[in-house]
Structure formats: C-alpha cells, structure tokens
Design a protein around this ligand. Structure first.
Ligand SMILES: O=C(O)CCC(=O)C(=O)O
Length: 253
C-alpha cells in the first residue's frame, strides 16, 4: 500500500482491497502496515512529549490540543479506510494516547474488554482506529485481540474504574483500562505484532487487551486510539472523555 504523511495530497481516495475488507469482517480487526510515514510518526511523538513534559501517562483528546493529532484523526485516508469497513460515514469523536513507558506506575495495560461500554452507542456504530508509534510485540505490551469476538455482540461486563484525578484534574492513578468481559471458552487470544506507522482498524465489539509494559530494554509502546461514530448516531460523551463530533470530509468510498 501507499505510505502516507500528515500533509499528503489526498485527491485520490484510499481504497482497501476486497480481501482486506473480508479479513476485517471475519476477524473484527485489520492491520494496515506502513500506513503513516516515519517522519509523521516522529512529529506526533515529538508533539506528545513536548505537551506531557514529565507527566507521562495516558492522555484523552490530544486532538484538541495538538494540531498534528487533529490532522491524524481527520486524515482523509484514515477516514476512507474507516468508512469502507464500517459501510458508513464515520465521524471522529474522541481519542486517547498511550505512552506505554516501560514500568510506568501510571500505565497498567488493559483488561479484556469491548469498547462500547464507554460511548453507549447503537451496537456496531462506535469504532476504533489505532496508530502505532513504536514497533510492538508481546515484550512491550502490544495490543491483543480475540479474533472473531466481534460476532458475539455486546457481552456482559464488570464495571471498574479507569482513572483517578486529583482536584486540579491531574491524573494520579490509572487502573488497567476497560470493563472486563468474561471470555467464551472457544475463543483464543492473539497478541498482535505490528510496526511503527501501522494503522489498526478495530470493531468496537472485538474483545481486546494489553499487558502492562514491563520490558527492561527501554522499549516504549506509544499508541494513539481514535474513536468514531456512524454519522447521525447518538453516543454518551463521557465525564472524562467529553466526546464531541468533529468536521470531516464527505464520504468518498
Ligand atoms: O493499552 C492498550 O493499548 C489498549 C487500550 C484500550 O484497550 C482502549 O483504549 O480501549
């Protein structure tokens, strides 16, 4: 596939192959390798570190603070890809950034969960696109999935707290992310391997998780998760995330 940048010429839409769409439909996720060129990944990384300074933890809604993150979440090729697998015009509404610093007390991975508990949208409407800013595998806490679990619909979950903020709004505690679901016996987890610049499309009902990054080789696992809703559908903004619809280009594919 063609590698893109944050400022490419986006005249031609970005078409997925029939096989890529069929793989997404079967598995509930799709990895697009080499989606974003490395210099654009470096720009996003630099902006994230400059914003966070010494406060290294998860950040909600960097796209509201950092123009490079806004360019990514409204990236025409990213939207083309989202629209094709979701068969709808997908409107950006939120994002969360993970530094994935090794052994960081303020980052503790995520429990096996589906994502729509947060947005409470009509089933299948909420949608996730992630961009990797590091090479990721089992050693640095890569994203794991239960392939095919998106076909199970929304499963019962145990409600747990994700974040604790102090009175000034500063994050002081982070629990493993997500409301845990119990896994049906016949499903096998798969920890994904993907390179910096890969884009991962994830159905919101795909059960996913990540181990805390505990490697001793200073391998970070920076990831940007971006959230979308099918045009016109309702969703809960969330007291922490404050999800909001954003402007985007018309649907092209
Ligand atoms: O820690 C991770 O990379 C997974 C994050 C996640 O599951 C989520 O934001 O829903």
């Amino acid at each position: 596939m063609k590698t893109t940048s944050l400022t490419d010429n986006f005249d031609q839409p970005f078409a997925l192959s029939a096989k890529e769409i069929a793989d997404y439909d079967d598995n509930g996720y799709l990895i697009l390798e080499d989606f974003l060129e490395l210099s654009s990944c470096e720009k996003l990384t630099k902006d994230a570190f400059e914003f966070a300074k010494e406060d290294i933890h998860n950040y909600l809604s960097f796209h509201r603070e950092l123009p490079s993150f806004k360019s990514l979440i409204t990236h025409p090729f990213l939207l083309d890809a989202a629209d094709q697998v979701q068969r709808a015009r997908m409107v950006p509404i939120g994002s969360i950034f993970f530094f994935g610093k090794p052994n960081n007390p303020l980052e503790n991975g995520s429990l096996p969960h589906q994502d729509n508990y947060a947005a409470k949208a009509p089933t299948g409407s909420y949608f996730v696109v992630a961009l990797a800013l590091d090479d990721c595998d089992e050693e640095n806490g890569a994203l794991g999935v239960y392939p095919g679990s998106h076909k199970l619909g929304e499963l019962p979950f145990t409600e747990t707290k994700n974040f604790v903020f102090d009175t000034k709004g500063k994050l002081e505690q982070c629990f493993p992310i997500g409301n845990e679901v119990s896994i049906p016996n016949d499903l096998e987890p798969k920890v994904l391997n993907y390179k910096k610049g890969s884009l991962i499309l994830l159905h919101s009902n795909t059960i996913h998780f990540a181990s805390k990054n505990i490697n001793k080789d200073d391998r970070w696992r920076k990831m940007i998760y971006m959230h979308f809703i099918k045009d016109g559908d309702p969703f809960w903004p969330g007291w922490n995330a404050r999800r909001q619809i954003m402007d985007r280009i018309p649907r092209r594919l």
